[in-house]
Write a protein that binds this ligand. Structure first.
Ligand code: NAD
Length: 479
């Protein structure tokens, strides 16, 4: 006798749904999986089912779903942040916890949706923002669950569901977070698998998502390789790519404020953020005073010999032939300043947040996106040279740049030349994401593809609804 497995699964899940008190009518063939899948095809099918169910619901239901994601990210941040720290072994625990709270609280939701109207002699045209369907998301090891949390809130607010291929080194916390989010959503709304995650992610599973016919668009957050792969995928891609954010300090800057800002931004989560300060170009006139300000503010300066020793351990060569390039070593990426200091042959207080030192511009810590709490300071003749070097070492990523200055002309020149998605003046890099600055947060800042700090509207397609000659009620005389 042939057994219809899907039918059996559906009956069983309906019974289970009834027992658990959730609305049985919404049980589907993948109900009960809570979004965790080994197989991309199953994950895509489940996300598609969830999308069809979500399409039948109100915007208020989307708000409820998002509320559950926010609540879990905030209330369970210590447990989930600790899990992320223990699994990835990079960054700082307090910031892993804080990042979940910030994304839970500040990621824009359904309130960001809007419609536009054209009203005139020929009637009305209403432009509404519709979901794409299932979105394929690739997330980085630097913020595994935080990126999923922010992506899920924005994408679901817009009416989509998503399937995530997390970084393999952050896969367990990704699956556990997704399981918790789906469980709460299912219990209240009876829709499972709104967020799906590949439990054993590989480059092959990422490629399968890129190629899957049920995946409408992709959103990748990561370094150059995944950015390239997404842009070559044949699908519409929203790409949150790499950065190497330079800082310029000119002779008009408030040096203490600059030092505070650089330490706050560059030391955050041990410099894992794509927006974090990576190298500093200071005009000669205030160079020595700037280094003193860094010391007074708690950063520890390394001498030339210590920087050389650190560089030996921290920067390695990777890739083959013409793709061979310098990269941060796995052993030191995202490690504490005290660990870097030991690698440099120095001893510092375990609570030291940031190391720094003078280098020339050709130093690998200037050109490599190193993601470590050691920041090179480069002496520049004047502000023009500092800005030109900042432009050069940002590598055209058009991601983030920062200036400390009270000269509006210098700010303007740098802003124009850099052409970066984020341009911060007189604050730490993260203030550009609404943390101590204005605006809103996302951990997917779409740089090469130009969508900027992603919001729910990023994940929508425009639809126009036209009514000809009627319902413009502003008084055109009847013919
Ligand atoms: P990574 O590029 O090593 O990995 C990112 C993700 O892409 C992972 O899930 C990885 O498995 C996947 N991946 C890598 N190569 C791939 C390929 N060829 N095909 C398909 N998938 C592939 O980056 P990471 O170390 O996890 O994260 C740090 C990088 O991400 C930095 O370069 C940082 O600037 C960038 N980042 C950017 C943003 C942004 O908003 N622009 C945010 C966070 C991180």
């Amino acid at each position: 006798m042939q057994v219809d497995e899907a039918l059996v699964r559906q009956v069983v899940t309906q019974v289970l749904a009834e027992v658990s008190g959730a609305p049985a009518t919404t049980a589907t063939s993948y109900t009960g999986r809570r979004g965790v899948f080994e197989d991309v095809n199953q994950a895509a099918a489940a996300a598609r089912e969830a999308f069809l169910q979500l399409s039948e619901r109100t915007v208020e239901d989307r708000r409820t779903i998002i509320q559950h994601i926010r609540r879990i990210a905030i209330d369970q941040r210590v447990e989930l942040g600790t899990m992320e720290m223990e699994e990835t072994k990079i960054g700082r625990l307090e910031h892993k916890i804080e990042k979940l709270k910030a994304l839970g609280e500040m990621t824009p939701g359904v309130e960001f949706l809007r419609s536009e109207v054209f009203s005139g002699d020929h009637g009305l045209a209403v432009i509404e923002h519709a979901p794409f369907g299932v979105i394929g998301a690739i997330t980085p090891v630097t913020h595994s669950l935080p990126t999923i949390t922010g992506n899920a809130i924005s994408m679901i607010a817009a009416g989509n569901t998503l399937i995530v291929n997390p970084h393999p080194n952050g896969k367990r916390v990704a699956a556990e977070g997704v399981r918790r989010y789906n469980d709460a959503i299912y219990r209240e709304l009876g829709i499972d698998n709104v967020i799906c995650v590949v439990a054993e992610p590989t480059l092959e599973s990422a490629a399968a998502i890129f190629q899957h016919p049920d995946v409408a668009i992709i959103c990748v957050t990561g370094g150059p390789a995944v950015a390239r792969a997404a842009l070559n995928s044949g699908k519409r891609a929203i790409v949150a790519g790499p950065g190497n954010p330079p800082v310029v300090v000119d002779e008009t800057a408030d040096l203490n404020r600059a030092a505070h800002s650089i330490i706050q931004g560059a030391a955050y989560d041990n410099n894992l953020l794509c927006i974090a300060e990576k190298e500093v170009f200071v005009v000669d006139k205030v160079f020595d005073r700037m280094l003193q300000a860094m010391q007074h503010t708690g950063a520890v300066q390394l001498n030339t010999q210590q920087i050389d020793q650190l560089t030996q351990a921290a920067i390695v060569q990777v890739g083959e032939e013409d793709r061979r390039h310098a990269a941060p070593s796995r052993e030191l990426l995202g490690q504490d300043a005290a660990v870097l200091a030991r690698a440099a042959g120095a001893q510092v207080n375990e609570r030291t947040e940031l190391l720094f030192g003078e280098t020339d511009e050709s130093h690998p810590f200037v050109s490599v996106e190193q993601m470590m709490p050691f920041i090179p300071f480069v002496r520049c003749r004047d502000v023009d040279q500092a800005i030109d070097r900042a432009k050069h070492y940002e590598h055209g990523f058009r991601h983030t740049s920062i200036i400390h200055s009270n000269n509006v002309r210098h700010m303007t020149r740098m802003g124009r030349l850099m052409d970066t998605t984020l341009f911060v003046k007189n604050g730490p890099s993260f203030s550009a994401l609404g943390v101590g600055g204005e605006g809103y947060i996302s951990y997917s800042i779409a740089t090469p593809t130009g969508e900027g700090v992603t919001t729910p509207l990023t994940f929508t397609r425009e639809r126009r609804c036209s009514l000809i000659d009627d319902l413009c009620i502003l008084g055109r005389p009847e013919k």
